[in-house]
Design a protein around this ligand. Structure first.
Ligand SMILES: O=C(O)CCC(=O)C(=O)O
Ligand SMILES: [Fe+2]
Length: 224
């Protein structure tokens, strides 16, 4: 399941983040890519250890933590530190698959879900679409600022060259409590349906049965 989630960040939060990005130093993005992804990665990232980075990470991390659709779709257990990337002047990230394991020591995670949170208005730059290669063909995403695309980390994907302006995004990887994307989709659908039933009819017997099934499926599938 590839999902677009709108309004993860509101306008005040977006302008705070952009102000911080404007005064941050970026370095060559190849430092954090696996050996094969390095061959096709041409972007910039905020250097680790920079003061504003922790502020940015906490702002975006909190937004993801409180967003019900992100939580229902991704069911996060652990997450990598969020990266802030910038593409300009023809920068691009060619086809690649993200590393299956990221981080060091106790911070190592299995990457189940990848996300891109768009930070710039799509009209302010040309190109920069995130393209995923799925069995249904290629899908292209260029979302409004504050919206994110969330996709299984097993997906082959690329970022098209930026030919005008700058494309800044927050990207991250999550180890989910539910490893299999098909299982996550079943839980997401059931959870969505029971919430809609609750909104329409309250805590009915049907709502209770769906809640029971959702809980019991999680008992089969959750790894913590
Ligand atoms: O910038 C994006 O939308 C995705 C970047 C990406 O694929 C990566 O950093 O692995
Ligand atoms: Fe990637």
């Amino acid at each position: 399941m590839i999902l677009c989630i709108g309004n993860l960040l509101d306008d005040p939060s977006l302008s705070r983040i952009r102000q911080v990005l404007d005064r941050s130093d970026f370095e060559d993005g190849r430092t954090t890519a696996g050996w094969h992804a390095k061959l096709v990665k041409n972007n910039e990232q905020i250097a680790p250890g920079q003061e504003p980075l922790s502020e940015l990470r906490s702002e975006v991390g909190k937004a993801l933590g409180r967003h019900p659709v992100f939580q229902m779709a991704v069911r996060p257990l652990k997450m990598t530190p969020i990266l802030f990337s910038r593409y300009r002047d023809g920068m691009t990230y060619g086809n690649h698959v993200d590393d299956p394991v990221m981080g060091q020591g106790e911070h190592r995670i299995r990457t189940d879900v990848s996300f891109t949170l768009f930070l710039d208005d799509p009209d302010s730059y040309d190109g920069g679409e995130l393209v995923t290669d799925t069995t249904a063909g290629e899908q292209s995403y260029k979302l409004p600022a504050g919206s994110a695309v969330v996709y299984p980390s097993s997906t082959l994907h690329r970022v098209e060259p930026v030919t005008r302006g700058q494309r800044r995004v927050a990207v991250g990887w999550v180890q989910s409590t539910v490893r299999d994307p098909a299982h996550r989709e079943v839980l997401f659908d059931l959870d969505t349906a029971r919430r809609q039933i609750f909104e329409r009819e309250g805590k009915t017997a049907e709502f209770d049965l769906l809640t029971k099934s959702l809980a019991n499926l999680q008992r089969f599938w959750v790894e913590i």
